[in-house]
Design a protein around this ligand. Structure first.
Ligand SMILES: [Zn+2]
Length: 183
C-alpha cells in the first residue's frame, strides 16, 4: 500500500558533528515546537523517503495532523484502499505541517500565517557544523526585514559551544542551549 516506514530507524548521519537535523526535529516535537525547516538532500531524501504515502490511485492526500499523537494523517485519493487512511509519525522527513502544504510554505516565507501562528516570532535556522559565517544568517536577515517588530530574535543553531552575537537580534546559539531554554 505504501512504502513509508511508520517508525524510521534512527541514524546519526552527522555523528562527528554531534547532531543532525533529525535530533532537532525530535527535540522540537517533544517540546511542542513545530519546526519549519527545509529539507536537506540527505540520502533518505534522495531515496524519496520524505514523500507522502502513495498507492495505485496516486499520492495520498493530507488529512490533518494530531499534535498529541505526533503524527499526520493521509488518505488514499480514491478512498478505495483498505485501510483508507494511515498515520505517519512526525519526524524530519514528515513534519506535522507537511512541506507540500500551502501552510508550510506560508510559515516558511514568514507571510501572514506566521502572526496568527506565533504572534511574535523567534526564527531558528539549523546549521550542522561547528562554524557559523555571516552568510549563514542571510535567511534570518531576510525574515527580520520582512517581519519588522514581530521578529523577536533569530538564532542559528550550531554545534559549537558559545553563543555568538551577529548584530541586531541575530546570534549563533549552541544546539545544546535549545534544551536549556524554558518554554
Ligand atoms: Zn488507493
Amino acid at each position: 500500500m505504501n512504502s513509508i516506514p511508520l517508525t524510521p530507524t534512527r541514524k546519526r548521519a552527522a555523528a562527528a558533528a554531534g547532531y543532525d537535523a533529525r535530533d532537532i526535529y525530535d527535540g522540537c516535537e517533544q517540546r511542542g515546537i513545530r519546526p519549519v525547516i527545509p529539507l536537506k538532500k540527505t540520502p533518505a531524501v534522495v531515496a524519496g523517503k520524505d514523500r507522502p504515502p502513495s498507492c495505485e490511485h496516486g499520492t495520498w492526500t493530507f488529512a490533518g495532523s494530531d499534535a498529541k499523537r505526533g503524527a499526520s494523517k493521509w488518505r488514499c485519493p480514491a478512498a478505495e484502499c483498505r485501510p483508507g487512511s494511515v498515520w505517519v509519525k512526525a519526524d524530519r522527513l514528515h513534519p506535522l505541517v507537511p512541506r507540500s502544504t500551502d501552510r508550510w510554505k506560508a510559515l516558511y516565507r514568514g507571510r501572514a500565517a506566521v502572526e496568527r501562528e506565533f504572534g511574535n516570532l523567534v526564527a531558528v535556522e539549523v546549521k550542522a557544523g561547528a562554524n557559523v559565517r555571516t552568510e549563514d544568517l542571510a535567511g534570518l536577515r531576510h525574515l527580520a526585514r520582512r517581519l519588522g517588530d514581530r521578529f523577536v530574535a533569530g538564532h542559528v543553531l550550531y554545534t559549537g559551544q558559545q553563543t555568538l552575537p551577529f548584530g541586531g537580534r541575530l546570534r549563533a546559539v549552541s544546539i545544546e542551549a535549545l534544551w536549556r531554554v524554558s518554554p
